[in-house]
Write a protein that binds this ligand. Structure first.
Ligand code: NAP
Length: 250
């Protein structure tokens, strides 16, 4: 696997969970990291990621921004370009859930999930793609979900946002391919993070039986797949959805 020595990577939602693991893995491979997060109360999480990276010899900055807003997404990309003059890798990872059965789900919960998961992916990609086009190089990796591939009861909003990310990935891949920019998606299965820690007991206890590999994924499982797609060597892979789900979606 190649090293990412001269690469700059922006990772949305990198203060915790899967985004944190992606930041650590890309940094371990030599990339300079822009750690994004949203909630000012969670600055200490982002700071801990920065400290871990820099104490291992890595280079990183933290940018607080709500990427579901146009101003936030533009500010994140501008901060990265001001600091490092280029963005080689963009990982659209920030995401939330607001699960409920459709009859109980409020329109606000649909809109919020679409904004944080799908709109942010579109906004950050739009903001980053201009500079990637100028440099004739880019690797965009969008974090989808097994729920967007096969659907999940209780997640009509979340599944729709993640299926939207898959459609977006393929459309943008076609649009920017001639500029040497690849756009791919990773679709994780169930991974234990803050996002999944409150899933109902009856669902979590059934999961190991319906996952062919018989276990939940780890944040490192997802980070390795992202690093693979972000590598120089993955130049001939675009518009692909890589399921990292223990076989759930096959
Ligand atoms: P997590 O542990 O809850 O972490 C979410 C991260 O996103 C945090 O760093 C959070 O920052 C950030 N974030 C949330 N809203 C944001 C916004 N508007 N602007 C910027 N940052 C924002 O979640 P996770 O489980 O690691 O999930 C990461 C991604 O993987 C998501 O897209 C999720 O849908 C996807 N995924 C997860 C699983 C799973 O089983 N965990 C499965 C499939 C897909 P703050 O600390 O500031 O809130």
């Amino acid at each position: 696997m190649s090293q990412l020595q001269d690469r700059t990577a922006v990772i949305t939602g990198a203060s915790r969970g899967i985004g944190r693991a992606i930041a650590l893995e890309l940094s371990r491979r030599g990339a300079t990291i822009v750690i994004n997060y949203r909630d000012a109360n969670n600055l200490s999480d982002a700071q801990a990621v920065l400290d871990t990276l820099t104490s291992a010899g890595g280079k990183a900055i933290i940018v607080e921004a709500d990427v579901s807003t146009e101003d936030g997404a533009n500010a994140l990309i501008k901060s990265a370009l001001d600091a490092f003059d280029k963005i080689d890798i963009l990982v659209n990872n920030a995401g939330i859930t607001r699960d409920n059965l459709i009859m109980m789900m409020k329109p606000e919960d649909f809109d919020l999930v679409m904004s944080v998961n799908l709109r942010s992916t579109w906004l950050c990609s739009r903001a980053a793609v201009r500079s990637m086009m100028r440099k004739r190089y880019g690797r965009i990796v969008n974090i989808a979900s097994v729920s967007g591939v096969v659907g999940q009861a209780g997640q009509t909003n979340y599944s729709a946002s993640k299926a939207g990310i898959i459609g977006f990935t393929k459309a943008l891949a076609r649009e920017v391919a001639s500029r040497n920019i690849t756009v791919n998606a990773v679709a994780p299965g169930f991974v234990l993070t803050d996002l999944t820690k409150d899933l109902p007991e009856e669902l979590t206890s059934q999961l190991n039986q319906i996952i062919p590999l018989g276990r939940w994924g780890t944040v490192e499982d997802i980070a390795h797949a992202v690093a693979f797609l972000a590598a120089d060597e993955s130049a001939y892979i675009t518009g692909h959805v890589l399921n990292v789900d223990g076989g759930m979606a096959m």
